[in-house]
Design a protein around this ligand. Structure first.
Ligand SMILES: *[C@@H]1O[C@H](CO)[C@@H](O)[C@H](O)[C@H]1NC(C)=O
Ligand SMILES: *[C@@H]1O[C@H](CO)[C@@H](O)[C@H](O)[C@H]1NC(C)=O
Ligand SMILES: *[C@@H]1O[C@H](CO)[C@@H](O)[C@H](O)[C@H]1NC(C)=O
Ligand SMILES: *[C@@H]1O[C@H](CO)[C@@H](O)[C@H](O)[C@H]1NC(C)=O
Ligand SMILES: *[C@@H]1O[C@H](CO)[C@@H](O)[C@H](O)[C@H]1NC(C)=O
Ligand SMILES: [Ca+2]
Length: 527
């Protein structure tokens, strides 16, 4: 029991007492009713819910079996890694087990036998859930900490990655960054990404095993060294831009870039003592539930908030159906001590029955009309209740009125349409000759060239005469000796001078082809 209490005190400095209930049944002058508060789940050991991936393939030791040595005694190379023998295997899951008997179990990489090619490994942890860190991330290395590594994080389930912290025994050399310590950061730089030399220098592999991402030191900037001033911390988390997000992750990635070297240069004659071995990765945090839940459970392979305040979603990130009379908002830590629940409200219940279908948070009373109307309708809606679509948008008839995407853009073709408005089914009003819902097609007997133009020639009614050929319905290419829109005029009849030349060249296929080519080129240039 003492053990458990000690663990709680150590790991959950911010979990006690504050924001731990979402509602309570209170009696007021009007009788008993629910009162609602901002609430958040307790911090947990997140390694219990993680999925891990180690890259590149073949980086885990033991296939084929390999022996390894230690820095302390490089000539005692008795340890062996063998993936096919459970007693000698070092798979990734050993970074997340509990080591009850005090015996370290660890994932281990292959040795640096390919030196000088770098020994690189990525360890990627994914939760499929946004998590707010509440304590230091602690990575424990057996046999020495890497001399260069980097921590990255993702906020969108691994689609994009951002540097989180750089670690090197020489930051300038490894990353061209000055070495800094988190302890020296100030209130305005608490979310700075920095390079630290504190966890990469050689101090004996048994003595210094941990590499930290210092969450507590950053919290201490606001809450004081003993983290007692949580009011100030919560106020800052709420108001300082980007601060809360800095401590929020869905994924973490350790990029191991150079192993421990034992405090000296790489000794080529014994490469069996260079490798990575990680026995534990401790990540302490709470589910991000936007202050709308105090419970987070592991269901169907993922963590999920048990949403209150009539919100829903994995992070309680939206209002439940029929509770969208105003748009969703996260709960707030402020005002202290109970915060604001910012609960979703049933349609028709808020603002004296002014329904805005979740597209507006505000209503206003217009005196001379004696109506209450929604203000600043969002999501491209308009109208007293935000029930219409703005000009240039039309209603998605299969979406509910309170859907964020209920209004779709008309997307009328700028050249083919009269204006960018459309009718209720998304049809634009077309200029002459244009057709299609968006007016980006031409009617039959029209051709498209920066708009629709009537055909000059075709293969049916507007045939080119005298052996002329119709070029893309735009013009006839006439044989030498003929001209006119449909090559209907002989040049001889117009100008006697042309006749002799024309007669000799008539039927010269190459001349016609050259003419066609020239027209085609002109066509390209014009387009
Ligand atoms: C590790 O991940 C980074 C991206 O975060 C990628 O560029 C790199 O190639 C990966 N390295 C290995 C060894 O897979
Ligand atoms: C991630 O979580 C969501 C929501 O709980 C779930 O629908 C989805 O299947 C999960 N994805 C994976 C890869 O586990
Ligand atoms: C959520 O909706 C229910 C009705 O289904 C209501 O009783 C409850 O008070 C609502 N909760 C909040 C926080 O508005
Ligand atoms: C219209 O809304 C339905 C229901 O929300 C959705 O499935 C569909 O994709 C939407 N249509 C378009 C064109 O966005
Ligand atoms: C919108 O315009 C198209 C094309 O003119 C027409 O077929 C459709 O019936 C119109 N829809 C409505 C609701 O008027
Ligand atoms: Ca372990």
């Amino acid at each position: 029991m003492f053990y458990l209490v000690a663990f709680l005190l150590q790991c959950f400095p911010l979990a006690m007492g504050q924001y731990d209930i979402c509602k309570s049944w209170v009696t007021t002058d009007d009788g008993p009713s629910w009162e609602f508060y901002a609430c958040q789940p307790k911090a947990m050991r997140m390694k219990d819910y993680v999925t891990v991936r180690v890259d590149p393939a073949g980086i885990t030791c033991g296939d084929p079996p390999e022996r390894f040595c230690t820095h302390e005694n490089p000539y005692l190379c008795s340890d062996e890694c063998d993936a096919s023998n459970p007693d000698l295997a070092h798979p990734p899951k050993l970074m997340f087990d509990s080591e009850d008997e005090g015996l370290a179990t660890y994932w281990q990489s292959v040795t640096w036998r390919r030196y000088p090619e770098p020994l690189l490994a990525n360890i990627t942890l994914s939760w499929n859930k946004s998590i707010e860190l509440t304590d230091d991330i602690v990575i424990t290395f057996e046999y020495g900490r890497p001399t260069i590594m980097m921590l990255e994080k993702s906020l969108d389930n691994g689609r994009t990655w951002h540097p989180y912290q750089y670690y090197a025994d020489d930051c300038m050399e490894a990353f061209s960054m000055p070495a800094r310590r988190v302890r020296d950061l100030s209130t305005t730089s608490a979310n700075r990404v920095l390079c630290t030399e504190e966890y990469s220098r050689w101090a004996g592999s048994k003595k210094e095993k941990n590499v930290r991402f210092e969450v507590r030191d950053r919290f201490a900037i606001f809450a004081g060294p003993d983290l007692k001033n949580t009011d100030n911390l919560y106020t800052r988390l709420e108001s300082a831009k980007g601060l809360k997000d800095f401590f929020t992750i869905t994924d973490l990635r350790m990029r191991l870039l150079r192993p421990a070297l034992g405090g000296t240069y790489v000794q080529r004659e014994n490469l069996y003592k260079y490798f990575y071995a990680v026995s534990n990765i401790e990540v302490t945090g709470r589910c991000k539930c936007n202050l709308h839940a105090n419970l987070c459970t592991f269901k169907e392979g993922s963590l999920q908030c048990e949403c209150e305040h009539n919100t829903t979603g994995q992070d309680c990130g939206k209002c439940k159906k029929n509770f969208r009379s105003r748009s969703w908002r996260a709960g707030s830590y402020l005002p202290l001590p109970n915060g604001s629940p910012n609960a979703c409200a049933a349609a028709g219940s808020a603002f004296g029955n002014c329904e805005c279908y979740g597209h507006s948070n505000r209503c206003s009373y217009i005196d001379f009309l004696n109506v209450v109307t929604c203000v600043s309708c969002k999501h491209n809606t308009r109208g007293q209740h935000c029930q219409h679509c703005r000009l240039g948008f039309y209603r998605n008839s299969s979406a509910e009125l309170d859907d964020e995407n209920v209004c779709l853009e008309c997307n009328c073709n700028q050249i083919g349409s009269m204006h960018d408005r459309c009718n209720e089914t998304g049809y634009c009003e077309c200029k002459e000759g244009a057709t299609g819902p968006k007016c980006d097609d031409c009617l039959p007997n029209y051709y498209w060239r920066q708009g629709c133009f009537p055909n000059v020639c075709d293969d049916e009614l507007l045939l080119c005469q005298n052996g002329g050929t119709c070029y893309q319905n735009q013009r006839c290419i006439c044989p030498v000796g003929f001209k006119g829109v449909l090559c209907e005029q002989s040049r001889c009849e117009v100008d006697k001078k042309d006749c002799d030349g024309a007669r000799s060249a008539r039927g010269s296929l190459s001349t016609i082809l050259l003419g066609a080519l020239a027209l085609q080129l002109r066509g390209w240039v014009d387009l």
